[in-house]
Design a protein around this ligand. Sequence first.
Ligand SMILES: Nc1nc2c(c(=O)[nH]1)N=C([C@H](O)[C@H](O)COP(=O)(O)OP(=O)(O)OP(=O)(O)O)CN2
Length: 124
Amino acid sequence: MFAVKIRESIMIAHSLPDPFFGPAQNMHGATYVVDVEFQSPGLTAQNVVLDIGEAKAVTQKVLANLNYKNLDEEPQFSGQLTTTEFLAKHIHDEIKMITADVFSGTINVCLGETHDAWASYQGS
Ligand SMILES: Nc1nc2c(c(=O)[nH]1)N=C([C@H](O)[C@H](O)COP(=O)(O)OP(=O)(O)OP(=O)(O)O)CN2
């Protein structure tokens, strides 16, 4: 399996209004390190998984809709617990949709929440 992996970061604010989350029920901020890996069993005619510049551009475009946002105020997330896992899948699905024409492999999105905790989503 081949892979191209790029890294970006975002800052968001949100609350997780469920007793399960204890103090994180309150509004708080998070800075996520966002790792996006594009995996493919084969290469294109140019011997790449996909262009790294395109991978970065697409990821930046998707993240721009989240960066510096209060997710509690975003209509698209209304009624959702915007956990790290949830956001990883959201970012995955957006990137998958935008790259559908140029990439048919598997995408893994991993969000580093702290220096010692991560959550990820990998499509099929
Ligand atoms: N599986 C997940 N668990 C938690 C998430 C998450 O997105 N996925 N998010 C949070 C909070 O948003 C925050 O990041 C951490 O809050 P905190 O209260 O510090 O939670 P911890 O579990 O790290 O620490 P405690 O020992 O429970 O206080 C929480 N969990």
